[in-house]
Design a protein around this ligand. Structure first.
Ligand code: C2O
Ligand code: CU
Ligand code: CU
Length: 456
């Protein structure tokens, strides 16, 4: 039996997102643009979900839903979120892919103190870039993201894009058993390999849903990988689909092709020409169906492809003057060494150093110091048999080349570094602070594959 639409069993729904003031209301595509401010009150709280019919999963949710409420902002404007912690554990919010001041970045003991149970924190920043971003805690990430604390943050272009229709697809698998109970978010033998996978895949919190799309129209599909572990090999057989943006940054539109590998934390925006009414398409991960896309409604005159999305204002690295820094990502394997009580496993390291998630002072020892305003080339080398989605906070980098595949240079915050791959990326160190640099397979990050980089 297919999973039915999940139901909210316990009542916290009313505490969800509250738009503050007249400007706080969400606006919908197609309506006239109003100079609006986006003020949200966002609550993290326990929420029982019915992911497996007839069974309760004790999730944690933002705004009464998991994945969390979709936040929307307009490029160039302020986003102000009052975040209230109604969990009984400390937490923070990190804004993945957003270029912002360090004190809003949500990293405990670097950006801010953890938000304690019952407390709140006001996040506010200007959104420099338009695109598909997301938010999640940066505390006990395996469990907190695993239980559902993940959500989309969509920054709309200043001027309307050519898309009249859009849809956000939040991909997440759940670490639950057949009774809906949580299983381990991180198992040592998996953490030392590809990461601990969830067992139930969902799109917008539902297993293999059917989503209706307007027949004959071009729809902007924002596909977000909010998963702890999975790299989705996204494909849409028989569909007329083009890639418009990767990880929040526009690219020259090109066909989706066979498949796109979307690692944890990564996003892809597709333009999809929805076929005639009654037709169904299958959004898949390799051969596995993630969702059915069903064309509905009266066909209209076939829509044209919208033009490319406008580029974001990211500084172009000066490759001629750039200094090259090398980062090796490797297995540090010591699965069976006797660990002191409560000590973290360390299976992974960057340039010979493993991050200790219990050591609050790790960020005081950055593995690289960059000079504010200078350009750098990072040479990323994966010395392991597993892939690592390498993510940097605070700055967007440009992917230049790889020894494994042809790269059309593009800007991103997360690069999926394949097995034994060597890639070069470049950036202008234009945001002062101490920025996390880590693998987004959460149990890799929590077992060593994290570091900090200082820009001053
Ligand atoms: Cu999604 Cu430290 O990041
Ligand atoms: Cu991030
Ligand atoms: Cu990794």
């Amino acid at each position: 039996m297919p999973f039915t639409r999940r139901q909210i069993l316990a009542g916290l729904a009313g505490l969800g997102v509250v738009g503050l003031g007249a400007g706080g209301a969400r606006y919908w595509l197609g309506r006239p643009l109003v100079a609006a401010e986006y003020d949200y009150q966002l609550i993290a709280a326990p929420l029982d979900l019915e992911l497996v019919p007839g069974h309760i999963t004790p999730a944690w949710a933002y705004g009464g839903q998991a994945p969390g409420t979709e936040l929307r902002a307009r490029q160039g404007e302020w986003l102000r979120v009052r975040f209230i912690n109604r969990l009984d554990v400390p937490t923070t919010i990190h804004w993945h892919g957003i270029r912002l001041p360090l004190e809003m970045d949500g990293v405990p003991y670097v950006s801010q103190a953890p938000v304690l149970p019952g407390e709140y924190f006001d996040y506010q920043f200007k959104t420099l870039d338009a695109g598909s971003f997301w938010y999640h805690p940066h505390v006990a990430s395996g469990e907190q993201l695993g239980r559902g604390l993940v959500g989309a943050l969509i920054v709309e272009e200043r001027e309307p894009s050519g898309f009249k229709h859009e849809r956000t697809l939040n991909l997440k698998s759940w670490h639950i058993d057949s009774q809906g109970a949580f299983t381990d978010f991180s198992v040592p033998r998996e953490a030392a390999r590809g990461g601990t996978p969830g067992r139930l895949s969902t799109v917008n919190g539902e297993h293999a849903p059917t989503l209706d799309l307007p027949a004959g129209q071009v729809v902007r599909l924002r596909v977000l990988n909010l998963d702890n572990t999975w790299t989705y090999r996204l494909n849409l057989p028989d569909a007329d689909a083009r890639i418009y943006a990767l990880d929040g940054n526009p690219v020259a539109p090109r066909p989706l092709g066979e498949a796109y590998w979307l690692g944890p934390g990564m996003r892809i925006e597709l333009g999809l020409k929805v076929p005639a009414a009654g037709t169904q398409l299958s959004l898949r991960n390799g051969p596995l169906r993630l969702a059915t896309l069903r064309a509905v409604g009266a066909d209209t005159t076939p829509a044209e492809w919208p033009p490319a999305l406008p580029a974001n204002p990211i500084a172009e690295p000066d490759l001629a003057s750039a200094e090259t820094l090398r980062f090796n990502f490797e297995w540090a394997g010591a699965v069976s060494t006797g660990l002191a009580q409560g000590a973290a496993h360390s299976f992974w390291q960057i340039n010979g150093e493993a991050w200790d998630i219990n050591d609050k002072t790790c960020a005081d020892r950055p593995i690289a110091r960059l000079q504010l305003g200078k350009s750098y080339i990072f040479e990323l080398r994966n010395l392991s048999q597993y892939q690592h989605p390498i993510h940097l906070h605070g700055m967007t980098f440009k992917v230049l080349r790889s020894n494994r595949k042809t790269i059309i240079p593009y800007f991103t915050d997360t690069y999926l570094l394949g097995k034994n791959e060597r890639a070069q990326v470049a950036l202008v160190a234009d945001n002062p602070g101490v920025w996390m640099f880590h693998c987004h397979v959460i149990d890799h990050m929590e077992t060593g594959l994290m570091a900090s980089i200082e820009v001053a």
